[in-house]
Design a protein around this ligand. Structure first.
Ligand SMILES: Cc1ncc(COP(=O)(O)O)c(C=O)c1O
Length: 350
């Protein structure tokens, strides 16, 4: 029976590979977050930190919560997920509750997911119920380490890889996969994909329309020093590209996959001699009534605008509109280094 559980979850956490252009290879997951969730729970069960019947608590807006809910149902754990009002819709909530999760929703007046408020709520629960298990996807090194399996799979399926593109939320998938791949291919260029008003790469926090990537806090699993270039993709180009993936390639993935594909196509075009791999985190079903619904899209102010064909090269890190796509050469620096350079330059120019 345990072997069947492993087979089932392994299928959900194994990407389908697709060739988007002669030098662009996509790893499209049904539910990527099962990989770190399963790895973290397996480790905790093995060292006794997690036992059957115990409660798992986590702050998550989506796919990591779904992965935990599936695993908790299969393995007999109780689960409490803390999310923000701007992050979860009624249907997804009902799906999670249907699998047995308890959902706590915190207020989010600024619409940025307010991670700090959610963590405070989580801490309150842990104070009351001492023996619950907190996977800590943002800071647990097990999140990034779980992606050794993806790195191995990419090398087996693609061979030499020169450039890796992926979204960043916790940092686990891009930095985990990227660190393993760079050990094999030291020349590997790593391109991170974020969205406007996420603080991950130095933008001021604000309301974000594109969910699943980005953050209002800096997670320990984000290794800025691995990243060569950062792109910020607004919701509109991400939605447009998710729909193009379906129309032109028959690939039904969510909007963060659209953001990653947009940047990866550009990377493959601008580096014709390089082999580019792109990570796509989840499939499209959850977005059937939004991103894949014409009437919903038509109700968005200014949709579709003029879809950008190229990113705008920024000389200073700043937010842009949901219709924009920007980029900045990060050059494997720490966040402090980049921000320090910015303040120094701004100081000089005043
Ligand atoms: C749909 C989706 N895309 C991308 C990401 C970013 O992945 P990571 O947390 O590994 O940085 C997430 C994270 O939850 C996600 O849910």
């Amino acid at each position: 029976m345990v072997a069947f559980e492993a087979d089932y979850f392994r299928a959900l956490e194994t990407p389908r590979m697709a060739v988007l252009s002669p030098n662009l290879f996509a790893a499209a997951f049904p539910l990527m977050k099962l990989m770190p969730a399963r790895h973290i729970l397996d480790r905790a069960a093995a060292d006794g930190a997690l036992q059957t019947g115990m409660r798992i608590v986590e702050t998550t807006s989506g796919t990591f919560g779904m992965a935990l809910a599936l695993l908790a149902a299969a393995r007999g754990y109780r689960l409490t997920l803390i999310t923000a009002s701007s992050l979860i819709d009624a249907k997804y909530r009902a799906r999670l509750e249907g699998i047995g999760a308890t959902i706590i929703i915190t207020e989010d007046p600024d619409g940025n997911g307010d991670q700090l408020r959610r963590l405070q709520r989580l801490e309150d629960i842990r104070q009351k119920e001492m023996d619950c298990f907190w996977p800590q996807q943002y800071d647990n090194p097990g999140n990034a380490l779980a992606y050794a399996r993806l790195a191995e799979l990419l090398v087996r399926r693609i061979g030499k890889i020169d450039c890796l593109v992926g979204c960043v939320g916790s940092g686990g998938s891009l930095c985990g996969t990227g660190a393993f791949l760079r050990a094999v291919f030291p020349h590997l260029v790593i391109i991170a994909v974020d969205t406007h008003r996420s603080v991950l790469f130095g933008q001021p926090a604000g309301k974000r329309m594109l969910r699943g990537l980005g953050n209002s806090l800096i997670p320990g699993n984000l290794r800025h020093d691995l990243v060569d270039e950062i792109h910020w993709v607004g919701a509109y180009p991400a939605f447009g590209e998710a729909r193009r993936l379906l129309r032109e390639h028959g690939i039904f993935q969510g909007p963060t996959s659209g953001a990653a594909a947009l940047v990866a196509k550009w990377a493959a075009r601008s580096r014709p001699g390089a082999r580019v791999a792109v990570i796509m985190a989840d499939e499209g079903h959850r977005y059937a009534e939004t991103v894949f619904d014409d009437a919903w899209l038509a109700s968005l102010p200014g949709w579709p605008g003029t879809p950008p064909s190229e990113p705008i090269l920024l000389t200073a890190i700043e937010p842009a509109s949901e219709a924009d796509w920007t980029r900045f050469p990060w050059a494997r620096r720490g966040l402090g280094q980049v921000l320090h350079a910015r303040f120094r330059d701004e100081g000089f120019s005043r």
